[in-house]
Design a protein around this ligand. Structure first.
Ligand SMILES: *Cc1c(COP(=O)(O)O)cnc(C)c1O
Length: 302
């Protein structure tokens, strides 16, 4: 592993509500591994980096938007692995780069902006050939690491979780790659709870099959689809108030795109008696805190 993953400890969160309902809530702090690189992204990239290091081109190309945690992680991880990186960014080049993209450039990533129409066809062979003509050979990492290799890497997160201790593992879901990894690794009697952060996502089970094989059916998967707060990167004052409360009460910093929605979903389920007494719930803090920089000043009190 490229990073010191031993920094990712597990913290128990104490609250009268949790004691009253007789459930345990803990957080696996993947966010502690690196201040800028989202915890789960490092794992999803692991096998891609390994393969690219063994190649002759030693270059990784990937995709993302202007605030993409995935691009930021790719740039940093490539730099740390002695690889070149190319980022294909959705949308016209802005006059001022977002903080995320500035960080990518600092980490040596070559950025190319493409129109949204072109971005939509980024998976096609034609577009791929165009990129090969322009940049030469590279290893392509799909957006968000959505690929069986990404899921295999995400499964490594499970090594940080002590054996049979937890009855539930909860995580925020974007591309479902981390989810597929957890499902690969978790015990069949451990409930894996996915909280999609995009609105109207109905294809997670299909995605899991694409990542883990056509026969991948998981009885221990539960999807809570009502906690997206309006959609990807959408937020309400209610959500940011909840984030401030979590910091004030538990000293727990969450990000508004992923982990705050996940953690709210879990506390809400606890409140509504959604967990049996004695449940031990482990929430994955997948990182993403750098994204909070895009919030208006004074929204967050941390
Ligand atoms: C990317 C990301 C996720 C989502 O991971 P997927 O594997 O795409 O589902 C969750 N949390 C954070 C902080 C992320 O940056």
């Amino acid at each position: 592993m490229l990073f010191d993953i031993s920094k990712a400890d597990i913290e128990e969160i104490h609250d009268d509500l949790f004691s009253e309902k007789q459930v345990g809530v803990s957080v696996l702090r993947l966010d502690k591994i690196h201040p800028l690189v989202s915890g789960n992204k490092i794992f999803k990239l692991h096998y891609f980096l390994e393969e690219a290091r063994g190649s002759t081109h030693k270059t990784i190309l990937s995709f993302g938007g202007a605030y993409s945690n995935h691009l930021a992680a790719t740039a940093y991880a490539c730099k740390a692995s002695g690889l070149s990186s190319i980022g294909i960014v959705r949308g016209e080049a802005p006059t001022r780069l977002s903080p995320t993209l500035q960080q990518c450039v600092e980490d040596g990533m070559l950025l190319q902006f493409v129109s949204r129409t072109e971005y939509d066809v980024k998976e096609t062979i034609e577009f791929n050939n165009k990129l090969k003509t322009q940049f030469g050979e590279f290893m392509l990492v799909p957006e968000g690491g959505f690929h069986p290799l990404g899921a295999k890497g995400a499964a490594l997160i499970y090594h940080l979780i002590p054996g049979k201790k937890y009855s539930h593992i909860a995580l925020a879901t974007g591309t479902a790659t981390t989810l597929a990894g957890m499902l690969r690794a978790a015990d069949a009697d451990q409930q894996v709870i996915s909280i999609p952060v995009l609105k109207g996502i109905t294809d997670n089970k299909e995605r899991i099959k694409q990542l883990n094989g056509v026969d991948a059916e998981y009885k221990n998967l539960e999807i809570l689809s009502d906690y997206h707060f309006g959609g990807y990167a959408k937020k309400t004052t209610f959500l940011t108030d909840f984030m401030n409360l979590c910091h004030q009460r538990y000293r727990l910093q969450l990000d508004f795109v992923y982990t705050a929605k996940m953690f709210f979903a879990i506390t809400d389920r606890i409140k509504n008696d959604g967990f049996k007494k004695g449940s031990q719930i482990l929430c994955l803090h997948t990182g993403g805190l750098q994204g909070n920089k895009s919030l208006p000043l004074n929204t967050l009190l941390f």
